[in-house]
Ligand binder design. Structure first.
Ligand SMILES: *Cc1c(COP(=O)(O)O)cnc(C)c1O
Length: 365
């Protein structure tokens, strides 16, 4: 994958590129598990999400955003920026959205679009997006899912779960540099887009769909990243999606069990589904900002701080993409050292052992 990034930059209208483009689009459909078009944009995940809002909104439309963390909040702000009438179902950060919450919020009727965040990376919660999407569809709304950090890590069935739009990006579980993002679009959503009044040009779905159908990107794509993405998607599909989902579930379990063994309190749910990022409360008296910078400075290990109101209170260990169990045990061992040096009361010498045991357990999901 890294070698693909170093390949000469070929012309995006040359035959060599078209072959890569075609294979990459086909592989994306496989990873999305969809027959729908997956449209590719040269932008980050947020840009692809904006394509969904721009193509599905006419000013004054009633649209609902379910938020329970930083990314959900972002989508609420975006929907408002496009002039929709926002119904904001706003849960506390770290809460797991339940279908009944959504059902009640939709009871007012006439909501055209529902936006869901599958994996809320700021909190570690992975919701039951299948159940939530089903509630939204029963209410007659289009369903847009933020799958930026979930696609390729945990099960996400675009067609089987009848999700109109799934947004994702190159740089999370798909293991590539940032810069390319995608959105799968159902026939009904494409048709609705042709009547949506919000202005757009670069992010226009129909313009991109028409060009992609001829393997001719409407604008210059990030050629090197598409090359890398083609390789990365190949790796994922060679491993097999089910095997990759199982690996992620076991990585998440190893991380949670290791953290608990040293006496830490989880912020993200202690459940198999939350296999994208594990959020851990920083012990009393220890600032998570310090933990994050110590890990980086002393060991070259990157973990993440809390976002927004959780900054300094939690730290997050990500485990998606090119990740194996030793990445987890290494991170846990380093967290243990840093916390012990900071004077936290933690249990020494057990986290790595417990993580390896948990990794070895095969509990069918
Ligand atoms: C990273 C992330 C995004 C934002 O994507 P960008 O590529 O940074 O624009 C959106 N949603 C979720 C859930 C994410 O994890």
């Amino acid at each position: 994958m890294l070698a693909a990034l170093a390949e000469p930059v070929i012309h995006h209208r040359a035959r060599d590129y078209r072959q890569i483009y075609e294979r990459c689009l086909a592989r994306l459909r496989d990873v999305y598990r969809t027959q729908n078009d997956v449209l590719m944009f040269t932008t980050s995940g947020t840009g692809a999400f904006e394509s969904a809002v721009a193509n599905l909104t006419s000013p004054g439309d009633r649209q609902l955003v379910l938020s329970a963390g930083n990314f959900g909040e972002r989508w609420a702000g975006m929907v408002q920026a496009f002039g929709a009438e926002l119904i904001h179902l706003r849960l506390d950060w770290g809460e797991t959205p339940e279908p009944d919450d959504l059902r009640s919020a939709l009871a007012g009727g006439d909501v055209r679009v529902v936006y869901l965040t599958h994996s809320e990376t700021s909190t570690g919660v992975v919701c039951d997006v299948q159940a939530l999407a089903s509630v939204a569809r029963e209410a007659g709304a289009f369903v847009v899912v933020d799958g930026v950090s979930s696609l390729g890590a945990v099960p996400l069935e675009t067609d089987a779960w009848e999700i109109d739009v799934v947004v994702s990006g190159s740089q999370k579980a798909l293991m590539c540099p940032p810069g390319v993002a995608f959105v799968s679009v159902s026939a009904a959503a494409l048709e609705a887009a042709s009547r949506a009044g919000a202005p757009r040009y670069v992010l226009d779905w129909e313009r991109t769909r028409r060009a992609q159908a001829k393997l001719d990107a409407p604008f210059t794509p990030a050629v090197s990243i598409v090359r890398a993405l083609d390789v990365a998607l190949g790796l994922l599909l060679d491993e097999g999606l089910e095997a990759a989902f199982d690996r992620h579930a076991r990585l998440g379990r190893a991380c949670r069990e290791g953290a608990k063994a040293m006496g830490l309190e989880l912020f993200s749910p202690d459940e198999e589904r939350s296999a994208v990022v594990t959020a851990i409360r920083s012990p009393e008296g220890v600032d998570a900002t310090e933990v994050v910078s110590e890990l980086r400075d002393r060991f070259g290990i990157t973990i993440a701080n809390g976002q927004g109101e959780l900054k300094g209170k939690i730290f997050r260990i990500g485990h998606i993409g090119w990740f194996d169990v030793f990445d987890i045990t290494t991170a846990l061992a380093a967290v243990e050292l840093v916390l012990a040096d900071a004077g936290a009361e933690i249990e020494r010498g057990v986290a790595v052992t417990r993580a390896l045991e948990a990794w070895a357990e095969h509990t069918p999901v």
